[in-house]
Ligand binder design. Structure first.
Ligand code: NAG
Ligand code: NAG
Ligand code: NAG
Ligand code: NAG
Length: 639
């Protein structure tokens, strides 16, 4: 350390300039929490001598240019449209700067932490040190408490923490700190009573009205039952993939959610006979496997739905299943991101254990790690289109945590992947129908709209839900889904509006000003979602040996993903790049009319009717549902 400092002094004096960062600066509050999440209470001050594994997430380079760089390869009029990046270029561009690493190390050193205790992660994005609680409290100007949950679980956290001003600008987040296991799983009575920390998908399993005794096969009955034939008719999907050796489509599932081959075969037997006996291509992440110990709608509904429709619609292209997490630990979005993007790996040994499952499983009985390392890191290849039907409420996460993850989706976009997320099933309310209070807490009686994440991340494509209206045919326009579920949508409280949607959203807000106050929703230049939509009502799905009727944006996302995968097939067959991050393209004038505009229905929640579907983009159904022939023609016209 001393040696390094001497070297830099020599260099500085050699060049005749002294530009050293101030080594002492006033402390500023870095992150703050305004409430204790429901179910938790402060039990006691943490013992001063206890050891905390402190992790400091460093600010990455060029983050201010992220949107511009992503637009450069995704904007249809850009000369670099479709010229996607290699992983190496992504890592090189975004690794934290030398100055960032040195500033944080210098501060720790000056604070009495011996250099030998400080570890830097492989991708240089995290610094890790084991400190006593006393040391952490001194470094961060805070007090650590142990909180206890009604379930008996304990958690260490503080209310806020400080960093010196000159250090603060080099740090995204420090863990453990204000972050909580905010999400407690609602569970079907198994032994898994608590959610794995940060496990996505809580409250967002598809819904069902139960089993059906007979399948209706006529297009006239698509208002009662949605089948493959209905979807192909609605979106005019007539296409057989040809570029199957070049193309890829991935569906993400989080264990214990899993498919049953017998269910796939039951569905294929009725609708896609040549797929009987076909399994998805398993890409196991962190011990993920298609578990069969727990069955039932809650365990098999999502995976059976996603795979039965996804595999059928892109047949004969094989579908990759990213089965993430084992039975004991589960997993978070970051575990998935780690596996497909080596640059995201936090540090040797795991991520943030306060949100992310840690491998090897510290509690025993779980996945023991890949031979190459303790956790899957950069081991799975990202498919060109990846659909995920799980989500958080934005308010479950801190703004800095959400921003760090959102940036990873932008990196996938730079590499040519289309990332789709279902927008949520509770309209303008969040998962479990919770709404926000002004202190940031979430309760059923909250009055502020509660947007979902990653739907509000500007670098993913959010998919809402529509329905064939009761009594209507597939030839008539759909509405926003208003049976059993409501399409998630609204405005972010964390992310600013990206340039690609500004004129569409401003048109909506000025033409159809919503009759809500600014204390109900945040429309002041916020990222608005969803981007697009697709049918989400009355799906016929084989689950545990019966056909069920299933509802949810959970269905809309894989169906949209399948249709975009067919577009990729045509582009790849023509020697072009995959479509990558689609938002700048689909909001552009070149795509005007390429979606079926949805103009009826709304997305109720939080004691309101929510937002109306209107002519043009709206925060219930986005730009509308896919018009496959239009999308195909327009994407084939792009370079
Ligand atoms: C912190 O302590 C744990 C447990 O003793 C150890 O495995 C880990 O390597 C330590 N980390 C650092 C950065 O020293
Ligand atoms: C709202 O619900 C919470 C519990 O979720 C309760 O403590 C609070 O009193 C309720 N507020 C009102 C105004 O009803
Ligand atoms: C509204 O959203 C913006 C991001 O667009 C954010 O900076 C601001 O804090 C939000 N306001 C509230 C009250 O959440
Ligand atoms: C939705 O449309 C109805 C009928 O035009 C109107 O009365 C209502 O104010 C609109 N609501 C919103 C949220 O825009």
């Amino acid at each position: 350390m001393l040696f390094l400092r001497l070297v830099s002094l020599v260099l500085l004096s050699g060049s005749g300039v002294v530009l050293a960062e101030p080594r002492i600066s006033p402390s500023v509050i870095h992150e703050k929490r305004t409430y204790t999440p429901a179910g938790w209470s402060r039990a006691r001050r943490h013992e001063a001598s206890a050891i905390l594994p402190l992790r400091i997430g460093l600010v990455q380079s060029n983050m201010d240019k992220l949107e511009e760089l992503l637009l450069d390869v995704s904007w249809p009029e850009s000369p670099n449209y479709g010229k996607h990046w290699s992983v190496g270029k992504v890592v090189e561009t975004f690794s934290p700067s030398r100055e960032t690493v040195d500033t944080v190390r210098g501060w720790l050193g000056d604070s009495g932490i011996e250099p030998s205790r400080i570890k830097l992660s492989g991708a240089k994005t995290w610094i890790e040190i084991n400190v006593t609680v006393e040391e952490a409290e001194r470094l961060l100007g805070t007090e650590y408490h142990v909180y206890s949950h009604s379930s008996g679980k304990e958690h260490v956290a503080c209310d806020s923490y400080e960093l010196p001003e000159h250090v603060s600008k080099h740090v995204d987040i420090v863990l453990p700190s204000i972050h909580f296991d905010a999400v407690v799983k609602r569970d079907g009575g198994s032994s898994h009573t608590l959610s794995n920390i940060g496990q996505p998908g809580v409250g967002l399993v598809p819904k069902t009205t139960g089993t059906i005794s007979s399948i209706l096969t006529e297009l006239e009955t698509c208002d009662e039952q949605i089948t493959l034939a209905c979807l192909r008719a609605l979106y005019e999907v007539v296409y057989v993939p040809v570029a199957t050796s070049k193309n890829s489509f991935g569906i993400v599932e989080y264990t214990p959610q899993a498919y049953l081959q017998t269910d796939l075969d039951m569905f294929f037997g009725n609708f896609t006979p040549n797929l009987v006996g076909t399994a998805p291509t398993m890409a196991s992440i962190d011990g993920g496997y298609a578990q069969t110990e727990y069955t039932g709608f809650d365990y098999n509904g999502e995976s059976d739905l996603d795979l039965q429709y996804g595999m059928s619609l892109v047949d004969p292209l094989p579908v990759t299943l990213y089965q993430t997490g084992d039975m004991v630990e589960g997993a978070s979005f970051n575990n998935f991101l780690d596996a497909i993007d080596g640059s995201f790996c936090a540090f040797e040994g795991g991520d943030d254990p306060y949100y992310d499952a840690t491998y090897p499983d510290p509690y025993g009985g779980g996945y023991e790690g890949a031979p190459s390392g303790p956790e899957n890191c950069g081991t799975a290849t990202p498919a060109y289109v990846i659909s995920t039907s799980y989500s958080y409420n934005e308010a479950d996460l801190s703004p800095a945590y959400a921003a760090r993850q959102c940036a990873e989706y932008a990196k996938l976009g730079l590499m040519g992947t289309t990332v789709l997320y279902s927008s949520g099933d509770d309209g303008v309310a969040g998962n479990d129908d919770l709404c926000l209070n002004s202190d940031g807490s979430q309760t059923a009686n909250g009055t502020m709209f509660n947007p979902g994440f990653p739907g509000t991340c500007p670098y993913i494509t959010s998919v809402g839900a529509t329905q064939v209206n009761p009594g209507a045919s597939v030839a008539e326009p759909e509405s926003a889904c208003m049976q059993v579920i409501y399409s998630g949508g609204g405005f972010s409280n964390y992310f600013a509006m990206p340039s690609y949607q500004a004129s569409a959203v401003e048109y909506y807000l000025t033409t159809y000003p919503p009759p809500y106050s600014t204390s109900q929703y945040n429309a002041t230049g916020s990222r608005a979602f969803p981007d697009v939509s697709a049918n989400g009502a009355n799906y016929v799905v084989a689950i545990d040996g019966d056909f069920y009727l299933v509802y949810g944006t959970s269905a809309s996302s894989p169906v949209t993903g399948s249709i975009l995968t067919l577009v990729n097939d045509a582009r790849l067959a023509a020697g072009k790049s995959p479509i990558g991050f689609i938002n700048p393209t689909i909001y552009s004038s070149a795509f005007y009319g390429a979606f079926n505009d949805i103009t009826t229905g709304s997305n109720p929640g939080c004691g309101t009717i929510g937002f109306n579907a209107t002519a043009g983009w709206d925060p219930a159904t986005g730009l509308g549902t896919p018009n496959f022939p239009q999308l195909l023609a327009r994407w084939l016209a792009l370079p």
